[in-house]
Design a protein around this ligand. Sequence first.
Ligand code: PEP
Length: 256
Amino acid sequence: MRKAMVAGNWKMNGSSKEALSLVRGFVELQQAGDAGDSNKVGVVLCPSELYIPQVKSLLPEGSGIAVGAQNASDKLSGAHTGEVSVEMLLDVGCEYVILGHSERRALYAESDAVVAAKVRQAIESGITPILCVGESQQEREAGVTMGVVERQLAAIADLCGIEAFGKSVVAYEPVWAIGTGLTATPEQAQAVHAGIRSWVSSRDAVVGQGLQILYGGSVKASNAESLFACEDIDGGLIGGASLDAGEFAAICRAAG
Ligand code: PEP
């Protein structure tokens, strides 16, 4: 049985003071039992990489809360001004890294090939990628949602082999639902999640069955339960709502 996961993508928000108060608030709720059962739901916090060491230092031993980054380089070291390598992320205690987020694909021109190179580097270094895939509004209206998602998955399988999905988490994030307040209905999300699982399973049944597939796109405490109740939705990647400790804890509770 797959364990649920809820990851909070804080994006480029807040100060170190705000980041620390958010973590303290969440930890308090978790310790009071208000963020679900940590045996049933894994929680990942993804702050700005600058704040990772501070965030990490506030997590109590055995809390089950992991830390992730929001991006990483496909290179390991050297003359790459401004980049951060996966080994640097591991060095400060990161266990996960979000790769291929639609904001990186759209605003920083990350192609499927670039995302695949980053996923390969992450897996080779032992950090778990949270690979984001998803279609734009235009692509959904044109009826090519699964074609787009399968193309994004195939870029990874072609470069890294299907086994890469045994060492990754996938987040289905329809671009039209990110930060817009529009959420995919549980039926829309479940259909794509089932499609992703079946695409991976047809290449490796064991990897497909074990793959954690998160949904992301305007998830809130009020809609989390109905989304997470779907058979192939194993939790969520949460943007805006992860900046509120109480709301994020309630989403974790819905997953756990
Ligand atoms: C995201 O950016 O990964 C995301 C899901 O954002 P939001 O929850 O704000 O739509």
